[in-house]
Design a protein around this ligand. Structure first.
Ligand SMILES: [Cu+2]
Length: 622
């Protein structure tokens, strides 16, 4: 189970819990729709106070955690802190009061590059002029030291939006927050929230078919989050690091379905919901969207951690998840008729690698279904053609409910596969129970690289192998595995050091999670491939928690060159298709495509977390 991962990734961040005797002011969620302060004669006056308060990120009567928080004087403190929003050139008079009796506070991001230091109980005023239009994040750091990452239990922040002089189109601002609370057993519970609440208590975002949607996204936590939109692409219009913000030139903007947002970073995204129904926008790190991570979830030797699989989306997801509802304008668009039918089996079989058991998606080939217990990891490669409507019947032969989400595909909400949530109006996708079938209709308007995966009980099912690659070719194009190479990164088992066969980290392979590329954590088979022709490499990351860096090496020190073609299945603009050193970090839930025309000789494809290559494959071109 994920105990070791939590311990290593999270516990280090959790030093310094809530203090005894803290005041009991109560935090309210902030939907970032109402700017703070008062405007007078073209200047904004805002009075802020930094204090410790109790936050209820789940139900209003649910678990709570003492956190530092920001509020306006005379009002409840909120998470995220008060929204400061003005047009460029506006003078801002901010008063900041440190209500901590015993801690210094540094305010960062209000009035220039320097922080403002406040002694316990001190109040200070800063006056500054809002500069370049953009999305910013101001934050208070509690305690004497200021670090880039900081201790997340000792920071509080809020959105600062500067609109251009002519104003901005209507938008929404979403701030991501996490605070970690160490649990009794050494495991951790986290308060995970978008605009102050975690799923299912996050706001339902309502839109109408064809709306122009503009979102500002701010990561107010010290962890990166690969944020994923179901069913639609967004365009990334602007990016920033909290204190700076810049528009991306139109010819360099990317379309994406998953955008990794680093700590304190900001993004401006725009998209058009052109299909009705219920959709999701969520972090693709499994550990930020499962109930086990949630504040108040019980851990410990007496608790059965592998909970009964739930098909209720209010129970099997948690944390950084937003529900989106797109209403029709003129009724539902007509459905087209299928040209092709596929049968996909959800299989359960014996363990592969270090998995406790294997779940696998196996495509039927020919007229006979696969043997009931046959498994492979990752699941079968599904090849579709653009605009060729394909019905895929998913047969659940596993002993537990599963789900199937077609990640990155622009399809109907019903087919998106979110049990208990997807669909529109009264129509709700039913759970895919053992022995049940579900039909997804895939009519894909875009050729590219995608993935499919389970979307319930993610830690168990994703790490058991319920993941697979999916590519969409142009009409009439044939898939040619000698020139078209698909790499799916998964995770070779969720077990910890108590698992059989695990060697202590000091003396052998680490017993924590290992990245597995196309099912192998160490090496791929040596391939002999044609030289002098174009090869396409398609990289997919579907492991639960870790970026995977792929590199194509000429020798141990030098990378080859390749040309990026596409990201998340969407072709890159010409200005971005420039030869570059062949190395790419792929965030969880992303796909990246590259092209190379290799001369005769050998190259080595490597993959691993960060710069450490844990997996290799020799490619001989002749
Ligand atoms: Cu996350």
């Amino acid at each position: 189970m994920p105990s070791q991962l939590w311990a290593t990734l999270l516990l280090a961040l959790a030093a310094g819990g809530p203090r005894p005797g803290a005041p009991v002011a109560r935090v309210v969620p902030n939907d970032n729709r109402t700017p703070a302060g008062t405007m007078r004669n073209g200047a904004l006056t805002v009075k802020l106070v930094v204090l410790r308060a109790e936050w209820y990120p789940e139900d209003d009567n649910g678990p709570h955690i003492a956190v530092p928080a920001l509020g306006e004087e005379g009002k409840a403190a909120s998470i995220p802190g008060p929204l400061i929003r003005v047009r460029a050139g506006t003078v801002i008079h901010a008063t900041i009061r440190n209500a901590f009796p015993d801690s210094t506070v540094h305010m960062i991001g209000l009035g220039g590059a320097d922080s403002v230091e406040l002694a316990p109980g001190q109040q200070r005023e800063v006056t500054f002029t809002a500069g370049a239009a953009g999305t910013y994040y101001y934050r208070a750091v509690i305690g004497k030291r200021i670090e880039r990452m900081g201790n997340e239990l000792e920071t509080a922040g809020g959105a600062l939006v500067v609109d251009p002089p002519g104003g901005s189109p209507a938008d929404r601002i979403f701030v991501l927050n996490i605070f970690t609370q160490p649990g009794d057993s050494g495991l951790t519970n986290e308060a995970l929230a978008i605009n102050g609440k975690g799923w299912p208590n996050t706001e339902r975002i309502r839109m109408t078919l064809g709306d122009s949607v503009h979102w500002r996204l701010i990561n107010g936590s010290v962890r990166p989050h690969p944020m994923h939109l179901h069913g639609f692409y967004f365009r990334i219009n602007a990016a920033g690091n909290g204190t700076e913000s810049h528009e991306i030139p139109p010819d360099h903007q990317m379309l994406a379905v998953t955008e990794q947002v680093s700590p304190w970073d900001t993004r401006t995204l725009s998209w058009v919901p052109d299909r009705i129904g219920r959709w999701l926008f969520h972090c693709h790190l499994t550990f930020h969207v499962v109930p086990d991570a949630r504040l108040g979830h019980r851990h410990g030797p007496d608790v059965e951690i592998r909970e009964t699989p739930s098909v209720d989306p209010g129970r099997h997801m948690a944390g950084l998840v937003l529900g989106l509802i797109v209403s029709p304008k003129h009724g539902e668009p007509p459905r087209d008729t299928p040209k092709r039918n596929l049968d996909l089996y959800v299989q359960q079989g014996p363990r592969l690698g270090r998995r406790p058991m294997t779940l696998s998606y196996i495509l039927q080939e020919g007229s006979t279904p696969p043997a009931p217990d046959s498994v492979r990891t990752p699941g079968s490669l599904i090849v579709l053609h653009r605009n060729e409507t394909t019905d895929i019947t998913v047969h659940n032969r596993a002993a537990e409910p599963v789900a199937i989400h077609w990640h990155g595909l622009e399809l109907e909400s019903w087919s998106d596969g979110m049990e208990g949530w997807g669909g529109s109006g009264e129509l709700i996708v039913p759970p895919l129970m053992p022995a049940d079938t579900f039909m997804a209709r895939l009519s894909v308007p875009r050729a590219g690289t995608f993935m499919y995966h389970t979307h319930i009980n993610d830690i168990e099912q994703v790490t058991s192998g319920a993941i697979g690659p999916l590519i969409v070719l142009e009409p009439g194009e044939q898939y040619d595995p000698t020139r078209d190479h698909v790499y799916l990164g998964g995770w070779n088992g969720p077990e910890d050091e108590t698992s059989p066969g695990c060697v202590a980290p000091q003396s052998g392979p680490a017993c924590g999670p290992q990245i597995a590329i196309n099912g192998d954590s160490l090496a791929g088979p040596t391939l002999t491939l044609p030289a002098g022709v174009k090869h396409r490499f398609r990289f997919i990351n579907l492991n639960p928690a870790i970026d995977i860096r792929y590199a194509l090496m000429k020798d141990s020190a030098n990378a080859a060159e390749w040309v990026p073609l596409a990201r998340d299945g969407a072709d890159l603009l010409p200005a971005l298709r420039k030869p570059q050193p062949a190395a790419q970090a792929v965030a969880v839930g992303q796909t990246w495509d590259f092209e190379i025309t290799p001369a005769a000789g050998a190259l080595v494809l490597t993959a691993g977390p960060g710069r450490r290559a844990t997996w290799r494959q020799r490619l001989i071109f002749r």
